[in-house]
Design a protein around this ligand. Structure first.
Ligand code: GLN
Length: 246
């Protein structure tokens, strides 16, 4: 693969508002895993009031955040709802974590507060639960090999999948979407939502590479094989969390 000719453009959405638990580490992981392969990466931080040129971007990232920050982002995202749905339908890759994930669904209904409208990239909805799910998660994901994903959850929102929305994974340890149906996260086309903080991608390098491949395919309309990296450290971090309860 002569990767010097390849580029990925990333839109990091509202990092000043949605970035708890160092979720921006996910963007850093995509950046480094591309640069280690001589793939150029351009990252634009998109703030409140900024325009989003969907013709430019291959990959969109949205981190997690508390209800207060979600209110501001929910309002702002409505301005871009149609164009981001168009980006989804053109196979752009989206990765959204926790609070960001909730806003890619139809809505998030907090306790004793107005409903936060999402942008319906995923056919899911979220309602506030009575307790907070906090702890490590191990889940089985059929899109990647090895098929385990690990991370840390901290949310009170309960997310429910509708119609053909696939779960990202099935919970083995932890709660995932709602602590009841054993699903974790959601996928539709190349839109991925997850409750896994940590950050998520540094400890799941195989999933990071899966997203990079999808973003390259979206841009270049061909399957591009990625050069193997030495992931001993990343895999050691992954294994240390597999089936870890506390
Ligand atoms: N406020 C949302 C919840 O508690 C999301 C929290 C988060 O992003 N960690 O469910």
């Amino acid at each position: 693969m002569d990767s010097k000719n390849y580029t990925i453009n990333i839109a990091h959405l509202y990092p000043k508002l949605l970035n708890i638990y160092g979720d921006w580490g996910n963007v850093l992981t995509i950046k480094k895993r591309c640069e280690w392969r001589n793939i150029d990466v351009n990252i634009d931080s998109i703030g409140i009031g900024d325009s989003i040129d969907i013709k430019k971007y291959d990959f969109y990232f949205l981190g997690g955040g508390q209800d207060q920050q979600q209110i501001a982002v929910s309002k702002e995202l409505q301005k871009h709802k149609t164009s981001l749905q168009e980006a989804r339908d053109e196979n752009a890759v989206f990765l959204a974590i926790c609070g960001g994930y909730q806003l890619l669904g139809h809505y998030y209904q907090p306790h004793n507060a107005d409903r936060l409208e999402g942008i319906s990239l995923l056919d899911v909805f979220t309602v506030a639960g009575d307790k907070r799910f906090i702890g490590n998660v191990t889940a089985a994901c059929e899109f990647v090999e090895p098929n385990s994903l690990v991370g840390f959850e901290n949310h009170s929102g309960l997310t429910y999948l509708k119609n053909e929305t696939q779960p990202l994974a099935y919970v083995e340890v932890g709660n995932g979407n709602n602590g009841k149906d054993k699903t974790e996260g959601a996928r539709y086309k190349n839109v991925f939502g997850t409750y896994l903080h940590g950050s998520f991608l540094p400890k799941n390098p195989h999933f990071a590479d899966y997203l990079i491949s999808l973003a390259l395919h979206k841009r270049y309309k061909e399957k591009i094989e990625l050069v193997e990296l030495d992931d001993d450290l990343e895999n050691c971090a992954h294994q240390s969390l597999v089936n870890k309860k506390y």
